[in-house]
Structure formats: structure tokens, C-alpha cells
Design a protein around this ligand. Sequence first.
Ligand code: ATP
Length: 263
Amino acid sequence: MSDEPSATVTGITRTYGGVPVLTDVSLSVGTGVTAVIGPNGSGKSTLLGVLAGAVDPTAGSVRYRHGGPREGGDKRVGYLPQRVPFRDDLTARETLGFYAALVDGDADAALAAVGLADAADKRVGALSGGMRRLLGIAQATLGDPAVVVLDEPTSGLDPEMRERAFRAAARAGDDAAVVVSSHDLDLVDAHADAVVVLRRGEVAAAGPRERLLAEHDAADVGELYRAVAGGSADGRGVDDEGSEGDASGEGSETVHVAGVSDR
Ligand SMILES: Nc1ncnc2c1ncn2[C@@H]1O[C@H](COP(=O)(O)OP(=O)(O)OP(=O)(O)O)[C@@H](O)[C@H]1O
């Protein structure tokens, strides 16, 4: 595992109609699983979209160690958006074959890696919601990208499928920087090497999971979340003075959140 970050975002701000949804976010991610957590509307999808090159920041920059999503023909950044526009009439293999052709990937290997080998010839329209999410993870990992961005890969899934989706993400994290947003704090606790907590568009805490837990005297990621992000949907349950983590978003200092694994 290299200490050099796979992707670094510096001073990212994104506004919609003049309203900031991300404010001066700086962090870097490395090999392993980095989980982005935070209340609804805290900016997780926007941050992941910026990392994936799907959302242009209003200010700030993103730097990739191995080349970005818009550089050259190679797919260096894989992306699973919240809603995946797969066609229902194609089979799982045909679907991945389409994407694999774009990035010189191996559709069957990607299907096998997420446990969908037996469903290769099923039409996408006949897959369960969970299998569809797994297909989305397979799509995002095609072509061995250096950075894999997965936006809520477990939303709407049953507990077994959630576990499978996170395991697939964790396997991809063996040799890629996997950035995953999630509300499944128990799975984040079990599988994430590093955690970023967003609160109202700012980084409230970020770093290797074990270090963050120790710093915030939290037994698990659920406790960390309650301590740092607050309990309410918009994060207003937190006192602004006393709850900042080590990556408060002040200034543009970059915090390296990943690159440490204790698994
Ligand atoms: N295209 C857009 N146009 C206008 N506002 C947007 C757009 N995308 C996001 N927003 C706003 O930005 C804020 C952050 O949204 P975002 O989806 O990044 O949050 P999130 O943390 O991923 O939320 P959730 O957990 O509900 O998925 C929200 O207030 C949302 O309404």
C-alpha cells in the first residue's frame, strides 16, 4: 500500500443557485475503503460526483495520481451514481459487455467478483434491486480503475445484500481507492479503513477509522456519527463550538484520510 494519495480534492466549493452545498472541502484518499457519511443533504453525493468528474466544482481542484476521469482513453475512475440508467432488456453480461468494451475490461470477471456469475444471462429487468446494485458495482470496477466511487451502493437492499455489496466494495479496495457514501454505519464500521463525516457541506471529521474513534472516544462509527454529525437530519443537533474534528474544513489544509488499514 502506497502512502501517496490516489486522489486529492483541495478547497472544493459547490453552489447551486448561489447556495453552497459543499464549502472548502479538502481531503485525500488512498488505497482501501473510505466511507463518506453524514445526514441527508450534507453533500455526500455532490462530493462523490466531484471526485468522479460528474459534478464540476464551483471552486477548488481535484488531482488524481493515475490520471482523472476525463484524461485519455483509460478509465481511471469508476463511478456508481445513485441512479444507474441500465437498460432492462439487456442481460447482465450484455450490459457489462457494453461498458467493458469502452474500457477494455472483462465483463465475466467483473460479474464473478460481485457474485453475479450465475445471473449473467438474466435480463436486467428481471434482477432484484440488490442484484442491480451489485451489477452497478461491477460496472464501476470494470477496467481496474485506480479510484472507485460508489454512491450509496446499499440503499434499498436487505441486510444480506448490503453485506454483499460492502464486501464487493472492500474487495475492490484491495488495490484501488474506493470511496463509498452510506447511511449503513454498522457496515462502515466493519469495512471502512477511513471515514469522512460531512456536516452541512463541510468536513466535520476525517481520518483513519481507528484514529477517529479514539480521538472522539467513540466505540463505533455510530457513536462517532452522533458525536460529530449530530442526530438531526440537517446536523443542527451539534454545538458549533465543541464538535469539530481534525479536518474542520478551515482553510485549505488537506487531510489524508486513507492509506491506513487495520483489517
Ligand atoms: N442538481 C442540483 N440542483 C440543486 N440542488 C442540488 C442539486 N444536487 C444537490 N443539490 C442540493 O445539495 C444539497 C446536498 O445534496 P447531496 O445529494 O449532495 O446530499 P447527500 O448528503 O448525498 O444527501 P442524501 O443522504 O439525502 O443522499 C441538498 O440540499 C440538495 O438539495
